[in-house]
Design a protein around this ligand. Structure first.
Ligand code: CO
Length: 149
């Protein structure tokens, strides 16, 4: 595994739409392992492939230091409720602010082996899912920020 450089806001790459993952192979596993290591090293609770310079629809969420969600080609099946909470981003150092997100999400995606998985998440995990999935469409939390702290 290796720690990769994090692309920072201002780089146009973060504003591009990522492509679907079509090959579930060793290089995808390597990417996910590197993303995880990079996230942990930087004390993040989530990371998306474009943040390490790879425009693929893959992201990782781990908000409790234990449960690791790997989301490949994630699609929101259902979003309900709303919540407002403070967010930050490894690509936007030094800025935090309040963002409104769904309270609950149902997400269909693939795991690293290409198997279909459905996750039902709520509260802060839903925030992290929403935030990371936004990265795959070139959206940053600052675009949705209500109130900068
Ligand atoms: Co982010």
């Amino acid at each position: 595994m290796a720690i990769r450089n994090i692309v920072k806001m201002g780089d146009e790459l973060l504003r591009q739409k990522s492509r679907e993952v079509t090959e579930f192979n060793d290089s995808l596993c390597q990417l996910l392992d590197d993303m995880y290591e990079t996230m942990v090293k930087n004390d993040g609770v989530g990371i998306a492939a474009p943040q390490v310079g790879i425009l693929k629809r893959a992201c990782i969420v781990c908000v409790d230091g234990k449960t690791v969600y790997e989301l490949i080609n994630p699609v929101i099946v259902k979003a309900s409720g709303s919540q407002i909470g403070k967010e930050g981003c490894l690509s936007v150092p030094g800025i935090g602010g309040e963002v409104e997100r769904p309270k609950k999400l149902v997400v269909d995606c693939k795991n690293r082996y290409g198997q279909a998985v459905r996750y039902k998440v709520s509260d802060f995990t839903a925030v992290a899912f929403s935030h990371e999935m936004d990265h795959l469409d070139g959206i940053l939390f600052v675009d949705k920020m209500i109130d900068r702290e």
